[in-house]
Design a protein around this ligand. Structure first.
Ligand SMILES: CN(C)C(=N)NCCC[C@H](N)C(=O)O
Length: 261
């Protein structure tokens, strides 16, 4: 995770960002710290990246890379405003002893557009990551990639529309069908017949931008419609308030890069 010490909305690269709407920075920091402390209270280790004053979107750490089995596919950002973040992440992994760190050829925004299930890498395209990043990831990780077309600009990254609930025992996900093309919706229905499907209101509250450890699911507290279906499937929803971070177009998952292996 990366503390939002310099978080601000000074440009607009997604429909949620409005530079005219002020950000309450102390509140953003408090909300972020509460998320970090919740992870720690649940027994997870949290590492912190050092924020850069010139990179206001760095708080969305999930965009910096995809890590699977200890192999790191770095990011290449679609917008110049975020381009310099990619090297910060790659350097962090190298300094931490990760030896397989790849600087990608094609645009990919890390876990923003890649989700890891037990069987596949799900990969979003349409707004940010290049379709060419999909075969690049498949080759690098040796895992089958399932490409999914995003069609609603409000849900510009895969992780704004789909959350993996369990990536070990089975392929459990929740998603918002309206974010995907008809063909991709059919693929999701075929791969995940038992998925939780979210309505538009919970999707707009960024309820799919959640993090699951296989038991607890941390998600925006406003996504109330997802709490019941999660409990029915044996998960424990943990609502968090990240209202200030939503002004940049991200929530729980965007703030959390997962280190797998
Ligand atoms: C899933 N993740 C990581 C995200 N959706 N990231 C949020 C990025 C927000 C940033 N202002 C941007 O537009 O790039």
């Amino acid at each position: 995770m990366c503390p939002p010490a310099y978080f601000a909305v000074t440009y607009s690269i997604n429909p949620w960002m409005d530079p005219a709407k002020p950000v309450d920075l102390p509140l953003a920091v408090a909300q972020w710290e509460s998320l970090r402390d919740t992870y720690r209270a649940l027994g997870h280790t949290v590492e912190e990246l050092v924020p850069d004053p010139e990179l206001p979107d760095m708080v969305y750490a999930a965009n910096g890379a995809l890590v699977v089995d200890g192999r790191v596919l770095g990011a290449r950002f679609a917008h110049p405003e975020r381009a310099r973040e990619a090297a910060v992440h790659r350097d962090w992994y190298r300094e931490r002893g990760f030896t397989e760190v790849r600087e990608p050829e094609h645009v990919n925004e890390g876990e923003g557009d890649f989700a890891v299930t037990a069987s596949w890498l799900l990969a979003g395209r349409g707004f940010r990551s290049s379709p060419l990043s999909h075969p690049e990831a498949q080759e690098f990780f040796g895992r089958p990639v399932v490409g999914l077309d995003l069609v609603d600009p409000r849900f510009y990254h895969l992780d704004t529309a789909l959350c993996v609930l369990d990536d070990t025992r089975d392929d459990a996900v929740m998603y918002y069908p309206g974010a995907f093309s008809p063909g991709s919706r059919a693929v999701l229905a075929r791969l995940f017949p038992d998925a939780i499907t979210a309505g538009e209101e919970d999707a707009r509250a960024f309820g799919l931008n959640a993090v699951s450890d296989g038991r607890h699911v941390l998600l925006p507290q406003e996504a109330v419609g997802l709490f019941g279906p999660l409990r029915e499937r044996g998960y424990e929803p943990v609502g968090v308030d990240l209202g200030e971070l939503l002004k940049g177009g991200g929530s729980v998952k965007c703030c959390t890069a997962e280190l797998r292996g």
